[in-house]
Design a protein around this ligand. Structure first.
Ligand SMILES: NC(=O)c1ccc[n+]([C@@H]2O[C@H](COP(=O)([O-])OP(=O)(O)OC[C@H]3O[C@@H](n4cnc5c(N)ncnc54)[C@H](O)[C@@H]3O)[C@@H](O)[C@H]2O)c1
Length: 369
């Protein structure tokens, strides 16, 4: 049978049946994802060794371009300093060039940039490409929330799985054991291919047929992590923090199932669910910045704290809290989700951080949750 593509590289791949992977994004998690993937593509015959990594180009204080430094030193000195990337990771600042030969696209940028990135890629990717999103967050449209995997599928017309889990990037970078969950819609074979691409002895990946459940877990836990950070910043102790995490998990599950009735209960017991919630509430950047916000009595904005504490990394929880609030208020559900609503009201300065434990009487009467 003649190859179906006119691109010579794609034709060669089709003949050899080898998959080519491009990682779209090169922040903290993007760089670790490229490291994981590149260690596998070297050892598994069905993948091409080279992994392209699109870099949103920036000039470093030394005057050099970040992508050039990554290719010269095999290190993302800005977003993952001190960790060597395998030599088969090739940084590429030209997004169209980075994706053009790939049939497996791994999206891993802060969620607010994804719509623009997808629009730039229309007509620029292989026809047989499939995608996976490692991105935590959602877009809020007039017609309701749009998960990032849906955004990718709709704009680019390709299937999109998700990978989420208890995955603080810096810990995986030094190969400490952790787990992750791939969520897929109907094609189990594609899900298994993603599992093969990511799975390593220290990164154990399993697949569940529940894209929305997995993605909503990854997205909503960042809002709970802010609540946990407020509790820490106010020195409220472990019992309070555990209570906040439990209430948060209950709201995560209730909102996910209200938005997508197909979401499965078991998904909340996978790595993407309760495990990610725990690690984010103990160690993530949202918790850390919310802790500082509360210690400063809400007087220093999250924008200021993000710039000072994260050195270019992005805080996802604050924008997600706002997006969730918009969804809740649009649907008349604010009272059903007191923790989610309160987090946004604290982040936007309408309530003091101490309000994080001042809604319990109200929530006790809620039959839905
Ligand atoms: N870091 C983690 O531990 C972790 C773990 C799991 C999931 N995630 C998720 O992964 C996603 C990516 O996070 P990250 O940690 O790789 O990134 P990051 O926050 O470390 O870095 C920000 C990235 O955004 C890029 N950027 C800045 N402005 C841009 C623009 N205008 N357009 C496109 N890109 C731009 C920067 O170059 C950088 O690569 C997020 O959704 C995050 O929630 C992160």
């Amino acid at each position: 049978m003649a190859p179906s593509n006119t691109n010579p590289v794609a034709v060669a791949d089709e003949v050899l049946q080898k998959s080519r992977v491009t990682v779209v994004g090169s922040g903290n998690w993007g760089s670790v994802a490229a490291k994981l993937i590149a260690s596998n593509t070297l050892n598994i015959n069905s993948f091409h060794d080279e992994v392209r990594m699109w870099v949103f180009e920036e000039t470093l204080p030394s005057g050099e371009k970040l992508s050039e430094v990554i290719n010269r030193t095999n290190e993302n000195v800005k977003y993952l300093p001190g960790i060597k990337l395998p030599k088969n990771v090739v940084a590429d600042p030209d997004i169209e060039h980075a994706v053009k030969d790939a049939n497996m696209l791994v999206f891993v940028t802060p969620h607010q940039f994804m719509e623009g990135i997808c629009k730039r890629l229309i007509g620029k990717i292989r026809k047989d490409a499939v995608a996976i999103s490692l991105i935590k967050g959602m877009e809020v449209k007039k017609e309701g929330p749009c998960m990032i995997s849906t955004l990718i599928s709709e704009i680019l017309g390709i299937s999109c799985c998700v990978l989420m889990g208890a995955n603080i990037a810096n810990e995986i970078a030094v190969e400490k054991f952790s787990e992750a969950t791939v969520g897929y819609r109907e094609n189990k074979e594609i899900a298994e291919k993603w599992v093969r691409l990511f799975n390593t002895p220290y990164f154990m990946v399993s697949a569940v047929q529940d894209v929305e459940g997995v993605e909503l877990c990854g997205t909503l836990k960042n809002v709970v992590a802010l609540a946990a950070g407020f509790v820490d910043g106010l020195d409220m102790g472990n019992n309070t923090k555990a209570a906040i995490m439990r209430i948060g998990l209950r709201e995560m599950k209730a909102l996910s199932k209200l938005l997508f009735p197909s979401v499965k209960d078991n998904t909340f017991f996978e790595s993407c669910g309760v495990a990610d919630l725990i690690t984010t509430c103990l160690g993530g950047r949202n918790r850390r910045c919310a802790d500082a916000f509360a210690r400063n009595g809400g007087k220093r904005s999250f924008d200021e704290l993000e710039a000072e504490m994260l050195q270019g990394q992005k805080l996802q929880g604050v924008s997600t809290a706002k997006e969730v609030y918009e969804v809740l208020s649009h649907r008349g559900w604010l009272e059903l989700f007191p923790l989610f609503s309160t987090v946004h009201e604290i982040c936007s300065g309408r309530l003091a951080p101490s309000a994080i434990v001042e809604y319990t009487e109200h929530s006790a009467r809620l039959p839905l949750l």
